[in-house]
Design a protein around this ligand. Structure first.
Ligand SMILES: NC(=O)c1ccc[n+]([C@@H]2O[C@H](COP(=O)([O-])OP(=O)(O)OC[C@H]3O[C@@H](n4cnc5c(N)ncnc54)[C@H](O)[C@@H]3O)[C@@H](O)[C@H]2O)c1
Length: 374
């Protein structure tokens, strides 16, 4: 069964997802065949160029017309957050399977309606928290499930970047709540909340502090006219998991020198695990039952061998993978789930639970109290 895909959005994620559709059948021959039918953007010239260089058959500047097409099975939404809601509702109504970028909606109300819409339509749905499918993260999940970490006491995650620190940087869509929902919280925080849910289970309560360090930004590059920034630049969260574990999660665009520092540490009764996206082929592990005279963190488990998740589909042992491969793995797993009918996560229900945490974090930052999730 071939799956005919339409992509909405041509830039950062549009390109990352296109790479995944291009590579998936080459490296995962078990996946249904992908037909890259059409890419939609706003600017005709740029979208035509994207179609040509990313390998899409056609370009369109009318995403609504794309969704009306009968020859599309799967719609991939890689646009800013304010468009996810409208696009998901329209795609569900047109009975298309959906991949949506994170966070699911721009607020809890939207996310609830989106989760309901796909359920009602009976279509398959997947949220692109791609980091779950970096081989080292997939190995961490396997180790948690196999009991190699034991009872989890702590989940500690940081997602740090520094690209927003210049006051000259104009008011991009990412700085406007109406377009992005929130700032570092939804952009970076949603990824580590997803990893927390994936590896440690549901977050039940949060306390949090959010801060906007640069309050106004030029409306366009070089302009003297400034407009208010309506999202957070940084957020620090303290969380209680339903299973009793404690967590600390931090997301910021103001950690000078940190470019894409997405890292977590899990401490359990039997072992500890450390992952760092900037060293993404490797996982660090400490085992309580190692011989007493050989105890210590295994500095590197190189997750590039046949024994490791996804790795056997790529190159020989030790021939490392990168950021883009996590998207190929995500697309493969979703295509396989469409074909087999198997469960797949994160889906829009996971996206809704994530959004409930985002909502509780905003409430907690305002109230300065612990807030329940959901
Ligand atoms: N999974 C990840 O690691 C990751 C990384 C970055 C961004 N994201 C998410 O991906 C989404 C897009 O972010 P991005 O960084 O690609 O943004 P971007 O600004 O690079 O690209 C946005 C794209 O949306 C298109 N677009 C905007 N309005 C449109 C419209 N009305 N019709 C059709 N296309 C339209 C733009 O033309 C552009 O191609 C966001 O939800 C973001 O949170 C996810």
């Amino acid at each position: 069964m071939a799956i005919r895909v339409a992509l909405l959005g041509t830039k950062f994620m549009g390109k990352a997802h296109s790479q995944a559709y291009r590579s998936v059948n080459m490296f995962f021959p078990g996946a249904p065949q992908v037909e890259m039918k059409v890419v939609a953007g706003r600017n005709a010239k740029e979208t035509a160029q994207a179609a040509l260089s990313y390998g899409w058959e056609e370009a369109s500047t009318d995403w609504k017309a794309v969704l009306r097409r009968k020859d599309i099975d799967l719609v991939d939404i890689s646009t800013p957050g304010n468009l996810h809601y409208e696009m998901v509702l329209a795609a569900a109504k047109a009975k298309k399977h959906i991949i949506c970028e994170k966070p699911l909606g721009n607020n809890l109300k939207e996310a609830k309606a989106m989760a309901n819409a796909v359920k009602k339509a009976g279509v398959r749905h997947f949220l692109m928290h791609n980091y779950r499918r970096a081989p080292a993260v997939a190995l961490a999940k396997r180790m948690v499930e196999d009991g190699r970490v034991g009872k989890i006491f702590h989940f500690r995650a940081r997602y740090l970047q520094d690209w927003a620190m210049s006051p000259e940087l104009p008011l991009l869509w990412r700085f406007e709540k109406a377009q992005s929902g929130s700032g570092a919280l939804g952009d970076l925080g949603s990824h580590i909340i997803d990893l927390a849910h994936h590896l440690c289970g549901p977050i039940a309560q949060v306390s949090a502090a959010m801060e906007t360090f640069i309050q106004e930004r030029p409306v366009e590059p070089g302009s003297k006219t400034k407009k208010k920034v309506t999202v957070d630049d940084a957020v620090a969260m303290c969380v209680r998991f339903a299973n009793g574990a404690l967590g600390t999660l931090e997301a910021t665009r103001f950690a000078l020198g940190r470019k894409n520092h997405n890292t977590f540490e899990i401490n359990g009764s039997q072992g500890s695990i450390v992952f760092d996206l900037e060293n993404l082929n490797n996982l660090r592990y400490y085992a309580a039952d190692d011989a007493a005279d050989a105890q210590g963190f295994r500095e590197i488990i190189a997750c590039t061998k046949g024994a490791h998740p996804y790795a056997d589909h790529w190159w020989a042992d030790g021939h490392i993978l990168g950021y883009e491969h996590s998207f190929t793995h995500s697309v493969n797993d979703f295509l396989m789930a469409i074909e087999s009918g198997a469960e797949i996560h994160p889906d829009f229900n996971d996206g809704l639970r994530n959004q409930q945490v985002l909502d509780a974090v905003e409430r907690a930052s305002r109230s300065r109290r612990w807030e329940k999730v959901g």
